[in-house]
Every structure is written in structure tokens, then in C-alpha cells.
Design a protein around this ligand. Structure first.
Ligand code: PMP
Length: 290
């Protein structure tokens, strides 16, 4: 397997970065997780735009144009002959000294890992997931805005540990005021009386690319969509709940904190959106040959 590091394709075993890299020392950097489906890069532009927005937000200047970044991803996919892939694209502040000062880091490190996608078990999609509410609250947006997809994922990891301790795969994270924001690695939607509702990202959530795609699909299908504050009582009383993310796509949720959601099985709107999303992945993207 070849890994892209700073312009070169390197064998996996030799693909290393400095222990002085501030991405490692301080989580100082940004990243993306991207999918390709049968030689079609799903929403490459949106992912690359979000990467550069995240970098801007932490005053990290990526020493490559967006076009060059897409070329680097495609070059790595081709080197690994992958038509169906998960891409991890990372830009760190680069190697510096042991202080925080980002000015001491002369050059950002850019690396790209392309991997065969590890799909979640089918039963997650057929039966639906059971999740919990994490004790860990989502980062306060004025301290570290969750809209920045930074390498500093400890907030999410702590909530993931809450989920693991409860024997579940995912956990809902509330914001500092107790409103539902998102899960540790996915956005969250609920359906009530035929309306699709998701939290506004401004309260502390990542603006998910899958979330945006699902909102677009729902609008096309004449399903009313709202970005609205969601309390746990609303979620418990929902007809349907599902999660969205690049790796997960759309996953139904059937139990939250041991309470049954709706009919306890994946709901009609969730299934319709799942079908529409599958179709979208076949047409919406950047074509490449391996
Ligand atoms: N929220 C968080 C915290 C995430 O890390 C992710 C990505 N795994 C998402 C939401 C979903 O975003 P996307 O649809 O862009 O993958």
C-alpha cells in the first residue's frame, strides 16, 4: 500500500512523520474522511472546501491549491488501484519545537491514506442501532468550534468511551445548554409527523457532507426539512431517528438510552432517504480511472 506524504508516494511501512510534528504533539491540524464509489469521488469539492475552511479557521495555510489536493488524492487512489475507497486526508501544522508556537513550524505536513472501505455490519442498517446519550458534552463553540474538523478529537473520543462503556456504537452529544448536537462521528436527524429535523450546526456540530446531501435529497422528495433546536425529550418522542456520516452513510437508530424509538425498527422516511442516497453516490462526484 502506498501513502502520499508531502508530494511522494511511500510504502506503508516507510510512511512516517516526525515526532516533533504539531499534529501529533498538540492535535494541531485538520483532516477529512472521504468516500469513493466505483471510481466516483463523492462530493470531493465539498470535502476539499471544508478542509480549507477548517484550515483557515486555525490559521493554517495549506501549501497546495484545492485542484492540486484533488490530484494528489486521485494519484494515491490510482497507486493503490482503489475504486471503492475511504480516503483520510490530513494536513498538520508540521514539525516544530516543543512549544505551542505555530510560527516555529516551518512547513505543514500533508498525508493521504486511501484504504478499502470497512463497511459497518449489515445488521446495523437492517435492524437499526441502539445508542446512548454521552455524559461528555460537545465542545463549547466559542472555545473550540465543532465546525472545525481538527485533529483534536478528544472531545469525541471521550464521548465514544461513554458509548463503549454502555455497550453501544455511538452516543449523542449534547451542547453546554443540553441541546442535541450530533454523535461522536455522525450527524443526527429525527422525523416527527412527516417532518425531518436536524440540529443547526451553530450550536456545536460539524457541517456534515452527508448531512447536507440528505437535506438536499429530502427537499427534492418534498419532505419538509428544518434545522431546529432538539431536546432529548423530542428525540425520545420521535417517529424515526437516523445518523449520517461519510463512513456510515445513513444508519437508523431504534433505541436511545434503552427507550424504543418509533416502532423500534428503521422507519419509512429513513429507508426512502437511504435508497435515494445510494442512487446519489452513483452519479454525484468526480470520476477517476484506476
Ligand atoms: N460529526 C462528526 C463529529 C464527524 O466526525 C463526522 C465525520 N465522521 C460527521 C459528523 C459526519 O460528517 P460527514 O458526513 O462529512 O462525514
Amino acid at each position: 500500500m502506498k501513502i502520499y506524504i508531502d508530494g511522494k508516494l511511500i510504502d506503508k511501512e516507510k510512511a512516517v512523520i516526525s515526532v516533533f510534528d504539531h499534529g501529533l504533539l498538540y492535535g494541531d491540524g485538520v483532516f477529512e474522511g472521504i468516500r469513493t464509489y466505483d471510481g466516483l469521488g463523492f462530493r470531493f469539492k465539498e470535502h476539499i472546501d471544508r478542509l480549507y475552511r477548517s484550515a483557515d479557521a486555525i490559521e493554517l495555510k495549506i501549501p497546495m491549491t484545492k485542484e492540486e489536493m484533488v490530484d494528489a488524492m486521485i494519484m494515491t487512489l490510482k497507486a493503490n488501484k482503489l475504486r471503492d475507497a475511504y480516503i483520510r486526508l490530513v494536513v498538520t501544522r508540521g514539525p516544530g519545537d516543543l512549544g505551542l508556537d505555530p510560527r516555529k513550524c516551518s512547513k505543514p505536513t500533508i498525508f493521504i491514506i486511501t484504504y478499502q472501505i470497512a463497511l459497518y455490519p449489515k445488521e446495523f442498517y437492517q435492524k437499526g442501532l441502539e445508542i446512548i446519550t454521552a455524559n461528555t458534552r460537545r465542545n463549547y463553540p466559542l472555545a473550540l468550534d465543532p465546525r472545525i474538523k481538527s485533529l483534536n478529537y478528544l472531545n469525541n473520543i471521550l464521548a465514544k468511551i461513554d458509548a463503549i462503556k454502555a455497550g453501544t456504537e455511538e452516543a449523542i452529544m449534547l451542547n453546554y445548554e443540553g441541546y442535541v448536537t450530533e454523535c461522536t462521528g455522525d450527524n443526527i436527524f429525527m422525523v416527527k409527523d412527516g417532518e425531518l429535523i436536524t440540529s443547526p450546526v451553530s450550536i456545536g456540530a460539524l457541517e456534515g457532507i452527508t448531512r447536507d446531501a440528505v437535506i438536499g435529497l429530502a427537499r427534492k422528495m418534498d419532505i419538509p426539512v428544518f434545522e431546529r433546536l432538539i431536546k432529548m425529550e423530542d428525540i425520545y418522542a420521535a417517529d424515526e431517528v437516523f445518523l449520517t456520516g461519510t463512513a456510515a452513510e445513513i444508519i437508523p437508530v431504534v433505541r436511545i438510552d434503552k427507550k424504543r424509538i418509533g416502532g423500534g425498527k428503521p422507519g419509512g422516511i429513513t429507508l426512502r432517504l437511504t435508497g435515494a442516497f445510494k442512487e446519489l453516490t452513483k452519479s454525484d462526484g468526480v470520476r477517476y480511472d484506476v
